[in-house]
Design a protein around this ligand. Structure first.
Ligand code: TYD
Length: 216
């Protein structure tokens, strides 16, 4: 069977990319989208918070550093943007048979609002499930990097980039802990290496997971 035919027949697949600030998630999402398209795969690349006009407005509220949000308001705004994104963008694309690559998803809320802000993890999980209707990624690629390294890479000056280093360390620990709990869903990649190397590892994982999903 030709590669293009095979790619088309494997059907919908949901991949999320996670990591601390400056880990290279958006570059990886873009590269993976290009490579999969090149192989004839129908692919949708999207990002949280945002992904549709309402989500983009919520994103502005969340990232604007002149807004002082309580941690509960912050979590609920991320979940509101997510509910909109899942219903309007992710589910329709999956129903259409696409591979959806999402830059940040539910694990961002666990790591940032749970581990970073100190909200009870089971409450974050409950709200994640409520917002997504239980939709879970088939595969999550965690770009792991010491936050000190990521923060010098990023040009961002939003509300989160301005948080203290302890906050970002807690976020990284959170991610690693979630990945240890669900090793079958996670690929943890050292993000401190050339993006082509990271992308090759991610693409391998996507391809073998898609094949595994089909045969299992
Ligand atoms: P963004 O500009 O997308 O940054 P990045 O390139 O690092 O993804 O800003 C998103 C910010 O929102 C980022 O600092 C992480 C944070 N975030 C949360 O705290 N919780 C969430 O659930 C999501 C989706 C993002």
């Amino acid at each position: 069977m030709k590669a293009v035919q095979l790619a088309d027949e494997l059907g919908s697949f949901f991949v999320t990319i996670e990591g601390v600030e400056g880990a290279g998630k958006s570059t990886l999402a873009r590269l993976l989208g290009e490579k999969l398209k090149h192989d004839g795969v129908q692919v949708v690349v999207t990002a949280e918070p945002g992904g549709d006009p309402v989500g983009e407005q919520i994103r502005q509220l969340l990232l604007n550093s002149s807004n002082t949000l309580t941690r509960k308001a912050e979590l609920l705004l991320f979940e509101a943007a997510r509910a909109q994104h899942v219903e309007r963008v992710i589910k329709p694309a999956l129903a259409n048979g696409a591979v959806v690559i999402c830059d940040r998803f539910t694990d961002s809320s666990l790591a940032y609002q749970g581990w970073g802000r100190g909200i009870n993890i089971s409450e974050v999980r409950m709200l994640n499930d409520y917002a997504t209707g239980g939709l879970r990624p088939h595969l999550t690629i965690l770009l792991d990097l010491p936050p000190e390294r990521g923060l010098v890479r990023t040009r961002s000056t939003d509300r989160f980039s301005r948080e203290c280093i302890e906050f970002h360390r807690a976020v990284r620990e959170g991610y690693l802990s979630i990945a240890r709990e669900e090793p079958e869903r996670f690929l943890v990649v050292n993000a401190d290496q050339p993006i082509e190397v990271v992308a090759a590892a991610a693409l391998d994982a996507i391809n073998s997971c898609r094949l595994g999903k089909e045969s299992g």
